[in-house]
Ligand binder design. Sequence first.
Ligand SMILES: O=C(O)CCC(=O)C(=O)O
Length: 340
Amino acid sequence: MPLRKLIYSAKEAIQDKPKLYARLYDWATTNPDYRRQKREADKYVSKFGGMWTDHAEFEAKLSQKDLSPDMEKLARKWSADGYVIIPQAIDHDLIDAYMADVDRLARQDDVPMLITTAELPEPTLYSKAKQKALTGSRLVDDYYFSDASRNLLLHPTIKSFLELIFERPGVLTQSLRFDYGSQQAIHQDTAFVRMNAPMKLAAVWIALEDITPNSGELIYLPGSHKWEGFLFSGEFKHYDAARDGEDQLAEWHQWILDEAERRGVKPDKFSAKKGDILFWHAGLAHGGAPVAKENQDLTRKSLVGHYCPEGVRPLYHYYKPGQRRFYGAAGSRYTTSYYK
Ligand SMILES: O=C(O)CCC(=O)C(=O)O
């Protein structure tokens, strides 16, 4: 039996026993970094650990680092609010080169770039027209084909911030290119962007154009990276449709909204200019603002990258063993769940 089938059969056999599942899952996906964090579980808000910026001794750790005043400010903001914005981090020329490269690649028959959306059971071949027609659709992992995409997603400013928070180089594990607002409900990435150390995850949102008001801006709940309390099937940070069911997903979305109300936190909007970037923490609740009918034609061009530190792996390396491969570029590594 192929390895992938075997993994799925084993998963199916135990998915109605969450405690056993959690134990076997921990064993199958273990890594030393995560084990260390779990040993210090009482030092983090989350029992799943976190980055050094989430540690109870953050201030002491910060004082031991020889950071520039700018980096220190970013670390403090990240620790407190779970996001940071760096205006004009990316040259417009690099963005223009990227947009042109994706258009060029889309015209090549031998470049099977894919888009995904919640409405489609499987990813489908990318075209601009499909991206427009399918609400919330995103071109995935174009960095696999495009040097210009890697120039953005592995930009020196992005790499140095990731190294600050991870204390190790970041590994690019997924990208999403949107031309229109995602309109995705507010969520925490720990549910869907699954790593074998759930809290060792960060994302960047790169504005590819000046973002028009009401085009479905990125929205986020400051400080929500510290909100804990909901676990799928009572055990997990990540969501699994077969194991947890749709009802739990709806409950979790509602839990985030209820927490926001209880704590009096209102969503902020990223009113970005082309070249601005926003990093968010694994636990930061965020989503795409709804777009009114009369604004559906407004573009909202953005590129999202998701990263883990070296030493951590995305979960798809386990459930799609054929994708368990890292590639190198500009002193950084990347991996993809979609292409070979
Ligand atoms: O860009 C957006 O609207 C949301 C993107 C997002 O939620 C994600 O990449 O996790």
